[in-house]
Design a protein around this ligand. Structure first.
Ligand code: MG
Length: 384
C-alpha cells in the first residue's frame, strides 16, 4: 500500500468518538467505523430501498445498497490514486445514504412535508441521526459512536439554521464548517464526487434497461458519444448484435475516464495549494474536483437524466403515488398510534412527530407498501 499523503486523514490522529472507547488492537478507527456501518440494521435495509426505480419494478435495478457499494468502489479507487485514507472513504460511502426513506427522493419530499411544522426532514441529516442515535446495537450508547471524520463526511449538506442547532449541541463539531465556512476532509469531498459519478453512470444503465431512456437520447452527449465510439471501434457491430454489451463497454470507459479526470485535476490542485496536513484542507478551496471540461460534461449528462428519466411520466406517476403512500402512513399512525409497534408508540409519546418520521424513514419500500395495505386495505402500487 502506498504511504498516506500528508494531507490525508489519519485514523491515529482522529478527532475521536463522542464517547471515548479503547483502541482496537487490530483495526484502525476508520476500519472500525466501516465495520460498524456494514453490521448496522440501516445498512441491511438499503437492499430494499429505491434508488430511482421502486423496488418491486425489477430485480436488476440499482437499490440504495448497490448504489452505496458502487460509490465505495469509485471512492476507493480515487482514494488509492491520491494516497488518501481508503477506509475512511469506504466508511463514509457506505453510510452516506443510510438516512434515505423508502421510495427515494419522493419519500423524502413527503416526509419533509409531513414534518413541516416540526423541523422538516432531510436525508443527509437523517443519515447522521441513524449513526448517532437510531441504531440500537450497543449497551453503552445509542447509535454507532463513529469518529468525527466519518460523521462529518456523512453530513455533506446542511442548512445554516440546522447547522447552528447542531453546533449548539456539539460546539466545534460536524456542523461547524457550515457555520464558519470551510471544507471537509479530502476523503469527504471525494465521496461527494464519487456519489455523483456513480449515480449518473448507473442511472443511465437502469434507465436504458427499463426502456424509459432511449440510447439515442444519450448519443447527443459528447461524454457518452466519445466512449461509445471508442467501444465501437474496438468491437465493431456491437450496436446491432449486443446493445447491452455496447452500453456496458461505454459506461465502463466513461467511469474510468471520469475517475481519471478527477484524479488528475485533484493532483494538480494539491500541487498548487500544497496543503501540509489534513487540517489545512479546511481553509483551502474544494480540491477534489472535475476538470472544467469534465464538470461541463457531467452537468450535461445530469440534465439529460433529469429531463428524460427522473421526470419521465412513468417515473413521475410512481413517485406521486409514493408520496401519497408515505403521507397516508404518517397520518394513519398519527391518528391511531395503537397501530404502531409498542416501542415506536412509546417513542411517539416521548418525542412527538420526529419519532414517527424516524420510524417511517427506516422502512424498506416493501415494508412501507405492506403497512399501507394493512392500514388502508388498498394496494400501494399496481402489481406491475
Ligand atoms: Mg448517494
Amino acid at each position: 500500500m502506498t504511504a498516506r499523503a500528508p494531507y490525508a486523514c489519519d485514523a491515529a490522529h482522529s478527532r475521536g468518538r463522542r464517547i471515548a472507547e479503547p483502541a482496537s488492537p487490530a483495526r484502525s478507527e476508520f476500519q472500525r467505523d466501516r465495520d460498524r456501518v456494514v453490521h448496522s440494521t440501516a445498512f441491511r435495509r438499503l437492499v430494499y430501498k429505491t434508488q430511482v426505480f421502486v423496488n418491486h419494478e425489477g430485480d436488476l435495478f440499482r437499490t440504495r445498497l448497490t448504489h452505496s457499494l458502487e460509490v465505495a468502489q469509485i471512492g476507493r479507487s480515487i482514494a488509492r490514486s491520491l494516497a488518501l485514507d481508503e477506509d475512511l472513504v469506504e466508511a463514509i460511502a457506505l453510510a452516506h445514504d443510510l438516512g434515505h426513506t423508502p421510495f427515494g427522493h419522493a419519500g423524502q419530499d413527503a416526509l419533509d412535508a409531513c414534518m413541516k411544522r416540526h423541523g422538516g426532514f432531510e436525508h443527509n441529516l437523517q443519515s447522521l441521526r441513524v449513526v448517532d442515535q437510531l441504531e440500537q446495537r450497543y449497551g453503552a450508547f445509542d447509535g454507532l459512536n463513529l469518529t468525527f471524520e466519518t460523521r462529518e463526511g456523512i453530513l455533506k449538506r446542511c442548512s445554516r439554521a440546522m447547522a447552528q442547532r447542531i453546533e449548539a449541541k456539539e460546539p466545534g463539531g460536524v456542523a461547524h464548517r457550515f457555520v464558519v465556512g470551510g471544507q471537509p476532509s479530502l476523503e469527504a469531498q471525494l465521496c461527494n464526487l464519487a456519489d455523483e459519478i456513480a449515480y449518473a453512470a448507473h442511472d443511465i444503465d437502469d434507465g436504458v434497461r427499463s426502456g424509459l431512456l432511449a440510447p439515442e437520447q444519450l448519443g447527443t452527449l459528447p461524454l457518452v458519444a466519445r466512449h461509445r465510439d471508442a467501444a465501437l471501434s474496438q468491437f465493431p457491430g456491437l450496436d446491432d448484435r449486443a446493445p447491452r454489451r455496447l452500453l456496458a463497454e461505454t459506461l465502463r470507459r466513461m467511469l474510468s475516464a471520469q475517475v481519471g479526470d478527477v484524479v488528475e485535476t485533484t493532483r494538480t490542485a494539491l500541487a498548487t495549494h500544497a496543503p501540509h496536513d489534513a487540517n489545512s484542507i479546511r481553509a483551502a478551496p474544494p480540491l477534489v474536483a472535475f476538470s472544467q471540461t469534465g464538470r461541463v460534461e457531467a452537468a450535461a449528462l445530469k440534465r439529460v437524466l433529469f429531463t428524460s428519466l427522473y421526470r419521465h411520466p412513468q417515473v413521475e406517476r410512481t413517485t406521486a403515488r409514493a408520496r401519497e403512500v408515505l403521507h397516508t402512513l404518517f397520518e394513519a399512525y398519527q391518528g391511531a398510534p395503537a397501530e404502531l409497534p409498542l416501542d415506536h408508540r412509546t417513542s411517539l409519546d416521548r418525542r412527538g412527530p420526529r419519532a414517527l418520521a424516524d420510524y417511517i424513514a427506516g422502512m424498506t419500500d416493501r415494508f412501507a407498501a405492506r403497512e399501507f395495505q394493512r392500514l388502508t386495505g388498498a394496494r400501494a402500487f399496481d402489481a406491475d
